[in-house]
Design a binder for this molecule. Structure first.
Ligand code: SF4
Ligand SMILES: [Zn+2]
Length: 175
C-alpha cells in the first residue's frame, strides 16, 4: 500500500495525535491501543515503524518505547527489518547511506566526483556543431578523454573534467 494512502486511512488521523505519543512510560494508553486494533492500516503502520527503527510512540497497537512490545511487533511482522539509516549529502543533496566514519557527504562527493550525465548531454549538444577535436581543444582535455567520456558512459566523473567541459560557453556552438 502506498505510503500516502495508508496515512490517510489511519484511524489516529481523526484524533489528537498526541495520544499515540504518551509522555512517561506508565500512562493509560488503552484508548489509543484499542483504536489501533481496529485500524484498517494497522500492519502498514507497524511495518513503517519497524523499518524506521521507531522507539517512541504507539504503532499498530504496540508501545515501542518498551522493548517487550517492540519484540512483539517484530514477531507479528516477521521479515520486516530496520532499513539502513539514510543521510542527505551536505554537498550535493543526494540521499546516501552513511557509514561508520560519516563525513556528512556521499561517497562520490568525498571522492571529488560529480554526476556525468548532465556533462555528457552538454557535450553531445556541443558536438552537433563542433568536431570532437575542437571540443577537446576548447576544454584543454585530450581527445581521448573526451571520446572515452562519450563512448563509455559512467555514472560519475571527476569534477575537474566536468568543469573543463562545462566551461566551453554555449555561445561557441552558435553558427
Ligand atoms: S495502527 Fe494505530 S497508530 Fe497505526 S495508523 Fe492505525 S491508529 Fe494510527
Ligand atoms: Zn554528495
Amino acid at each position: 500500500m502506498a505510503a500516502i494512502y495508508w496515512r490517510n486511512a489511519a484511524t489516529c488521523q481523526r484524533f489528537d495525535g498526541e495520544m499515540w505519543f504518551p509522555a512517561g512510560s506508565d500512562v493509560d494508553t488503552s484508548f489509543a491501543r484499542q483504536l489501533c486494533l481496529g485500524c484498517p492500516v494497522r500492519w502498514d503502520c507497524g511495518t513503517v515503524a519497524l523499518e524506521a527503527g521507531e522507539s517512541e510512540g504507539i504503532w499498530a497497537g504496540y508501545w515501542l518505547k518498551h522493548k517487550r512490545e517492540r519484540e512483539a511487533l517484530e514477531r507479528a511482522l516477521p521479515g520486516v527489518v530496520a532499513r539502513a539509516p539514510h543521510g542527505v549529502c551536505s554537498e550535493c543533496g543526494r540521499d546516501y547511506v552513511p557509514n561508520a566514519s560519516d563525513t556528512g557527504r556521499c561517497r562520490p562527493c568525498v571522492r571529488g566526483l560529480v554526476p556525468a550525465a548532465p556533462v555528457r548531454d552538454y557535450v553531445g549538444q556541443l558536438h552537433e556543431w563542433l568536431p570532437w577535436r575542437q571540443i577537446a581543444a576548447m576544454s584543454g582535455l585530450s581527445l581521448n578523454t573526451v571520446q572515452s567520456l562519450m563512448n563509455h558512459p559512467r555514472e560519475y566523473m571527476s569534477r575537474e573534467t566536468a568543469d573543463a567541459l562545462m566551461s566551453i560557453p554555449p555561445l561557441a556552438v552558435m553558427p
